[in-house]
Design a protein around this ligand. Structure first.
Ligand code: ZN
Length: 138
């Protein structure tokens, strides 16, 4: 069995932002030379997510509104976590949107459904953060 590990680094200018990382994950898969196996992609931070959904701007706006209803950023004082930090909402948003995805690798490609794309979800940006890609197979 072969295995391949890669980190993607981000430093997004906004507090919250969704980024389609499917091209980077696919490039890593091609670099690995693995044809059959599994590809894990996970956020390495507790205020960021990796998830799969549609690359459609209306939906991304809906995610923002929905997450702000569930875990509004402000007022910061509403959260017990916000003693020295102001990112309690980002921890909650990350939990809802998920930590990782696993995608099948078939015939050298990411075996995604027709509209499935892999996203990095940043909920507490303006700092360096990373995503881990681990591909195993042969
Ligand atoms: Zn925190």
């Amino acid at each position: 069995m072969k295995s391949h590990r890669e980190e993607l680094w981000f430093n997004l200018p906004q507090r919250r932002q969704l980024l389609n990382i499917t091209p980077q994950v696919n490039a890593t898969l091609q670099e690995s030379g693995i044809r059959e196996g599994l590809c894990l992609v996970n956020a390495m931070h507790i205020t960021a997510s990796v998830f799969i959904n549609d690359d459609e701007s209306g939906l991304h706006h809906d995610f923002e509104k929905w997450l702000e209803k569930l875990a509004p950023e402000k007022p910061y004082s509403q959260y017990n976590h916000n003693g020295y930090e102001d990112n309690a909402d980002a921890h909650l948003k990350r939990t809802i949107m998920g930590r990782e995805v696993v995608v099948a690798v078939t015939d050298g490609s990411l075996d995604l459904g027709p509209w499935e794309q892999i996203f990095y979800g940043e909920f507490d940006g303006k700092r360096k953060k990373r995503v881990l890609i681990k591909i195993i197979g042969e």
